[in-house]
Design a protein around this ligand. Structure first.
Ligand code: NAG
Ligand code: NAG
Ligand code: NAG
Ligand code: NAG
Ligand code: NAG
Ligand code: NAG
Ligand code: NAG
Ligand code: NAG
Ligand code: NAG
Ligand code: NAG
Length: 604
């Protein structure tokens, strides 16, 4: 039951033999390097805007005046040819100065030998120590020659206030701590109040989420103060199995010690196509870290369609509400059907009401990260092309197509979205004034007269009754507002770190980057579109997918698709190894039929 047929690793290794011959050497690079107007690859992971194609599956976190970006993969052109690589350094962007998409500068900081370069890595900030913890979650990149998944270990990075910092291994690979733990791929993760929470996911070293045994049940807590892990069997989220590829958003101002909201993603195994397994946003799950209990909460309003690998960013308003912005992601089909997932929906708390932001979907992306970066701004980073054109059934080709079908229309993959004006903005503005609700959010609260309270689960309502807003000016929550000094995630004042006087925390508390990356799962029958892979930079910008489909081919087959498999073999002479099981699926695309795009008389 529920196992899926995947491509073989053989196809993947074939790719590495043929396509990575022209890799640029990895740089040995020490220290930060401000990199404006960079050469194509002045430093690892830093690409000139003119050569940049895509970035995806990274994680990002805001600490003080910097956003730090770790892990993931990127692509760029070299003499017109696409190149693919995993990120091997820690990048950072200065948030203390204004920048535009043409003036933004990345810094690149080397990582120590042995520090893993993972897709979808965990980056948890512990404010009281000014340390970022990394190394627990994630999986290995599909690109580059660093193939093995490094063993579990835990490292800290101490930001130095200049975009760089110092690494330190605090739990090495030999520790007995790891004997009880599995590195999770694509769990739902969040941190706050000195704890990180890791919900679900699947075993990174296993065969991906295609097999039930490989899904990780329960939730793991990492206590950043005692540096200890605790694995509990707590269930969440209307999930029959395990959950992954969704978001766990920290909401500091509500609840005795804040709260977390799990939303979206995938639930356990997927059955026979459709959107089975995708978790509806009509119910979100509320986690109270104090009692470690989960509660279901239904939502009202205009929710996002079910999806995976979206990003979230949350922010407290000056009106005593907390807004969570859900951006992009995909419904597990590549191609034109993915364009509709270029959306932004706001979940406003305490009402648990969705408001959708009106704009034309045109830049679908998934595997991106988002951070609230001060004032009303969200910085969105990367995201691969969900409207990718796929030319073969080769899994590596499919992965690459999401990196090279089109250069990111956002220069350097970066965009700023203003949560008050609800528009993408031309520039990042340093020192912007505090976030205020947009008109639509204001309007909702003034019209609801507090009637949303009737929709709240009693236990959630009780949590919402404890708030930590510094100025509850025009709030219309029923809050008995209390500023609890024992709540690290509550209002923050600037503080000095012991070592260097770095000002931290003002932004970090509200800026939980959520990199919702992806992993191979095979969920049905995929029909892929052939396209020319010879990538010409001039042509890329104006790629019109529908004009380039030349051929379709069944690729991924699940058990309910046995007939299709047989048919596929007859029709396409699919190589036998194409339907064997992968030892370790590459972090790949989820594919299913594109019924409306059938060409050449072949139908699903
Ligand atoms: C990822 O790591 C696993 C386990 O070390 C390995 O079997 C697999 O080949 C790697 N995959 C890629 C695409 O590098
Ligand atoms: C937590 O424990 C369960 C049961 O032993 C195990 O299946 C799961 O893999 C553990 N979680 C992690 C993240 O290791
Ligand atoms: C949440 O909903 C699911 C599915 O209806 C249910 O199994 C679970 O027990 C509920 N959780 C709580 C705390 O009510
Ligand atoms: C749980 O999922 C089922 C099936 O998708 C749905 O009918 C039900 O309403 C969900 N329950 C909650 C509490 O979300
Ligand atoms: C860069 O910003 C300018 C305005 O400063 C805007 O017109 C343009 O569309 C942006 N370009 C990209 C690629 O994001
Ligand atoms: C940054 O941009 C804002 C908004 O455009 C502007 O008001 C401010 O003067 C700029 N700051 C600097 C130092 O240029
Ligand atoms: C809120 O109150 C106003 C005026 O008192 C009324 O017009 C409106 O219908 C009410 N809205 C709801 C949702 O009850
Ligand atoms: C929350 O506060 C409101 C107003 O004080 C009160 O009516 C309500 O009963 C409280 N809810 C819970 C669950 O305590
Ligand atoms: C919002 O949260 C930030 C960070 O915790 C805090 O500094 C700020 O005072 C809060 N604003 C309000 C209005 O509560
Ligand atoms: C102005 C306004 O909307 N006031 C409402 C605030 O919320 C309470 C319920 O907590 C309502 O009773 C008020 O009418």
């Amino acid at each position: 039951m529920g196992s899926f047929l995947l491509f073989t690793a053989a196809l993947v290794s074939q790719y590495f033999l043929t396509a990575h011959a022209s890799f640029l050497p990895r740089f040995l690079h020490s220290g930060p390097s401000p990199t404006n107007n960079v050469e194509p690859r002045q430093a690892p992971g830093v690409i000139a805007a003119s050569e940049f194609l895509r970035r995806g599956y990274q994680a990002s976190v805001v600490v003080g005046d910097w956003v730090y970006i770790d892990g993931g993969e990127f692509s760029f052109t070299n003499n017109g040819k696409p190149q693919f690589q995993y990120a091997s350094t820690l990048l950072s962007i200065d948030l203390s100065h204004n920048w535009t998409n043409s003036t933004v500068a990345f810094q690149s900081t080397t990582k120590p030998d042995g520090a893993p370069n993972l897709n979808g890595p965990s980056l948890w900030y512990h404010e009281s120590e000014n340390l970022i913890y990394s190394g627990f979650a994630g999986w290995n990149s599909s690109f580059g020659n660093d193939l093995g998944l490094p063993p579990l270990s835990l490292r800290t990075f101490r930001p130095d206030g200049t975009g760089s910092g110092a690494w330190n291994e605090i739990i090495d690979a030999g520790s007995s701590v790891w004997s009880q733990l599995t590195r999770p791929g694509q769990p739902l993760m969040g941190f706050g109040a000195s704890n990180a929470w890791v919900l679900g996911g699947f075993a990174s070293e296993g065969v991906g989420p295609d097999s039930p045994e490989n899904l990780i049940p329960g939730m793991t807590q990492f206590d950043m103060t005692s540096r200890s892990f605790d694995n509990s069997s707590v269930k969440c989220c209307n999930a029959t199995g395990s959950i992954y590829k969704g978001a766990l958003q920290h909401v500091p101002p509500f609840g005795p010690t804040g709260m977390f909201i799990a939303m979206g993603g995938r639930n356990g195994m997927t059955n026979n196509g459709g959107d089975a397994g995708l978790i509806d946003f009509g119910t979100v799950s509320v986690f109270d870290p104090t009692t470690q209990q989960w509660w279901n909460q239904t939502t009202t309003g205009s929710k996002p369609s079910p999806r995976v690998e979206f990003c979230t960013a949350g922010i407290n308003s000056t009106s005593g509400t907390y807004e969570i912005f859900v951006y992009a992601g995909w419904g597990t089909n590549l191609g034109p059907v993915a364009v509709q997932y270029d959306t932004i929906n706001i979940l406003t708390l305490p009402a648990f009401h969705w408001i959708s932001v009106p704009y034309n979907p045109e830049n679908p992306r998934h595997g991106l990260s988002c951070n609230a970066v001060g004032g009303s701004q969200i910085l969105t980073i990367g995201g691969v092309d969900s409207n990718a054109l796929v030319d073969t059934g080769n899994i590596q080709d499919i992965i690459e197509s999401t990196f090279d079908s089109s250069p990111d229309p956002f220069a350097q993959g970066l965009a700023i979205f203003d949560m008050t004006t609800l528009a993408f903005s031309d520039q990042y503005t340093a020192g912007a004034p505090p976030y205020e609700q947009s008109e639509v959010v204001k309007q909702f609260y003034s019209q609801s007269n507090g009637s949303y309270i009737n929709n709240l689960t009693p236990q959630v309502s009780a949590l919402l009754n404890v708030t930590h807003f510094t100025s509850s000016t025009s709030t219309n929550t029923s809050s008995t507002s209390s500023t609890t000094s024992s709540t690290p995630s509550g209002p923050q004042t600037s503080r000095l770190s012991a070592s260097n006087g770095l000002k931290v925390g003002a932004v970090a508390g509200i800026a939980v980057g959520s990199s919702i990356a992806f992993f191979a799962i095979v969920t049905g029958i995929g029909y892929l579109f052939k396209r020319r892979r010879a990538l010409k930079p001039s042509a890329m910008a104006t790629t019109t997918p529908t004009n380039e489909y030349r051929e379709i081919r069944p690729v991924f087959l699940n058990k309910s698709g046995w007939q299709e498999i047989d048919r596929a073999r007859e029709v396409f002479e699919l190589p036998a190894q194409s339907v064997q099981e992968l030892q370790h699926p590459p972090p790949a695309v989820e594919l299913r039929a594109y019924p409306h795009c059938v060409r050449n008389g072949i139908r699903s």
